[in-house]
Design a protein around this ligand. Structure first.
Ligand SMILES: Cc1cc2nc3c(=O)[nH]c(=O)nc-3n(C[C@H](O)[C@H](O)[C@H](O)COP(=O)(O)O)c2cc1C
Length: 263
């Protein structure tokens, strides 16, 4: 038995993505040794879904993509520190039968932990505005570049004012050498998957701390690399989350993009 032909798309971007998907698949499409065994169609009702009555459920229910941050409220430094720690911090070491492993709040393929955090801090209490790199082991931030001015922030974040003017943005970057060295093209999938784990922690952590976040796939990679002084050959911006306090004047509609008065 053979599998159906790999998907082909006329549309050029989709075709390029399908090529990458195929190239990063663990099994070639023209070789099927797992037989497909059809069954008669049937649908099983599940018990009613219910969130347990606990803090995690409240954070999951409260998560949303906030595009209205309180412009008068700086992000508390303690809250930022907690968010970074519970998203990608260093939780400690654990002894297994075979080795001593670093534990972190997210899983990572082969334990490489190939991501890093840059923090674009615009309005964080007791922290001069700048771009910082997070050190999870020392639980510290090191300034690496000046924060771009407002028009440049708008360019970097594709004219999204709720991003450009958020109190802080955590940018996840990926350092691909180890994971791509081991898993080849599939390693790129793992970089992105790991961003998803971390991004959800940032969003749920924000909800737990009474803050809010907006996930950001919309940014100009190269401009962002230039602003932060990244070596674009070795470290790639992959995903970001804008963070701040939800605007108390719009609590019933935080998702609608923030509109600013014209000067
Ligand atoms: C990978 C990814 C990239 C996203 N990029 C942006 C973005 O650049 N700007 C934005 O305002 N929202 C962005 N979003 C948020 C989505 O628009 C949002 O999750 C979706 O509309 C569902 O709304 P909710 O998150 O409020 O439930 C992104 C979400 C994901 C998962």
């Amino acid at each position: 038995m053979t599998t159906s032909a790999p998907p082909r798309f006329d549309d050029a971007p989709l075709s390029a993505v399908a090529d990458f998907h195929r190239a990063s698949s663990r099994h070639s499409w023209d070789r099927a040794d797992t037989p497909f065994r059809p069954t008669a169609p049937s649908t099983q009702a599940l018990p009613p879904a219910a969130l347990p009555d606990n803090a995690l459920s409240a954070c999951i229910a409260g998560r949303l993509s906030c595009r209205r941050f309180d412009q008068a409220a700086a992000l508390p430094a303690a809250a930022l520190s907690s968010l970074l720690h519970l998203s990608y911090g260093h939780l400690g070491m654990v002894e297994t039968l075979q080795q001593t492993l670093e534990t972190r709040p997210v899983p990572s393929a082969s334990g490489f932990y190939p991501l890093a955090f840059l923090v674009f801090a615009r309005a964080v209490e007791n922290l001069p505005a700048a771009i910082y790199r997070y050190d999870p082991s020392a639980q510290s931030l090191s300034a690496i570049a000046a924060l771009p001015d407002a028009p440049t922030m708008m360019q970097v974040f594709l004219q999204q004012p709720w991003a450009a003017q958020a109190p802080a943005i955590v940018v996840m970057t990926g350092q691909p050498q180890a994971v791509v060295g081991r898993y080849h093209a599939r390693g790129y999938r793992f970089l992105l998957l790991e961003c998803g784990h971390v991004g959800q922690n940032l969003l749920l952590g924000a909800a737990a701390l009474g803050l809010a976040g907006c996930p950001l796939g919309g940014f100009e990679d190269y401009r962002l690399c230039c602003a932060a002084g990244l070596d674009a050959e070795r470290e790639w911006p992959l995903y970001a989350v804008a963070l701040g306090s939800p605007d108390p004047a719009h609590l019933s509609d935080l998702r609608t993009p923030q509109v600013y008065a014209q000067p």
